[in-house]
Design a protein around this ligand. Structure first.
Ligand code: RIB
Length: 324
């Protein structure tokens, strides 16, 4: 593999000049920079990151900490982060915190040991784990805000409101809520957006809370079998909606003929199940891209502190809701 010395010899300049040219330093003339870049490409030179880290203290690696990789939402989000990071020459080190504070702390500690330059993090719970403070590196939150941190997430309240207006348009007046966990802001925002949009026209027949992993607790199964007049089920995310759909089908309840259902996220499975799921789409490419851009800005010295970037969401109408 070509080294920086090979590039310097080919162009006839010093190793320092090659390094400055490749790192965009201002003290290199345009002509020399162009020659260096051409020579590096011709030789197939790639900087040795470990050697570079010894010199600069930067690994050009970032950590990405997500709660649950078995939920398609997070791998889809991870893909957008990795694609953007790689375009910037950044290596992504992925941690699955297994939806637990212990898993999250272990993963953050490992990232600190490997000297990542910064972290993009979707918190599991309300507490800020100690490694976040001892890491001493920039952190950008994704999906779930915390005071004092820059964050990128969807407008979950808007998503709840869109679903309420859609429910009314489809003629649904009595609704059952299969809401996500109280401890997660996105779950709270979605159900609050729905409940507060048209309280005088939509009656909440019942509400059951559960995890975003979609596993239905006994009270959810009971509510699905005795829906108490609810004609529409509003799930906190697509995994909950898909598990409810499967449970109803297993108990000979037809969706949407007997009851309609909507989700949130627009994971790839929403288009595979039958009937295909009506849901709220989150702009994952925009979210992941923006999170990397924010972290890169911070790594380049900009002050990003508690800047929040909130993206609109969109309703995706498919076949799981009947007009009544
Ligand atoms: O499915 C996991 C949930 O956590 C998603 O709905 C996403 O919005 C995050 O809040």
């Amino acid at each position: 593999m070509a080294t920086i010395k090979d590039v310097a010899a080919k162009v006839g300049v010093s190793v320092a000049t090659v390094s400055n040219a490749l790192n965009g330093k201002p003290n290199v003339g345009t002509a020399v920079r162009r020659k260096v870049l051409r020579a590096a490409k011709a030789l197939g030179y790639r900087p040795h990151r470990a050697a570079q880290a010894m010199r600069t203290g930067r690994t050009r690696a970032i950590g990405l900490v997500l709660p649950d990789l078995t939920n398609p939402f997070f791998p889809q989000l991870a893909q957008t982060v990795e694609n953007k990071a790689r375009k910037l020459g950044l290596l992504v080190c992925l941690i699955d915190s297994q939806d637990s504070a212990a898993g999250e702390a272990d993963g953050l500690t490992l990232l600190a040991q490997h000297g990542v330059d910064g972290i993009i993090w979707c918190p599991v719970g309300p507490r800020i784990p100690r490694p976040i403070h001892t890491l001493g590196r920039p952190v950008v939150l994704i999906d779930r805000p915390r005071p004092g941190f820059a964050v990128v997430h969807s407008n979950n309240l808007m998503g709840g409101q869109l679903l309420a207006r859609y429910a009314l348009r489809q003629g649904h007046r009595r609704v059952g809520l299969l809401s996500g966990p109280r401890s997660v802001e996105s779950a709270q925002q979605r159900r609050n957006g729905f409940v507060s949009a048209h309280p005088e026209r939509i009656e909440i027949a019942w509400e059951v809370r559960m995890g975003f992993d979609g596993i239905l607790p006994p009270e959810a199964c009971a509510a699905l079998l005795d829906r108490r007049g609810a004609t529409l089920l509003v799930a906190g995310n697509d995994l909950i909606a898909i598990n409810a759909l499967r449970f109803l089908t297993q108990h000979d309840v037809q969706v949407p003929d007997d009851v309609s259902i909507v989700g949130f996220d627009d994971i790839s499975w929403a288009r595979i199940v039958s009937p295909r799921l009506t849901t709220i789409a989150q702009p994952l490419v925009a979210i992941g891209t923006r999170a990397v851009e924010l972290l890169e800005e911070r790594l380049s010295g900009a002050a990003i502190a508690s800047r929040a970037t909130v993206f609109d969401v969109t309703l995706v109408e498919r076949e799981s809701v009947k007009s009544i």
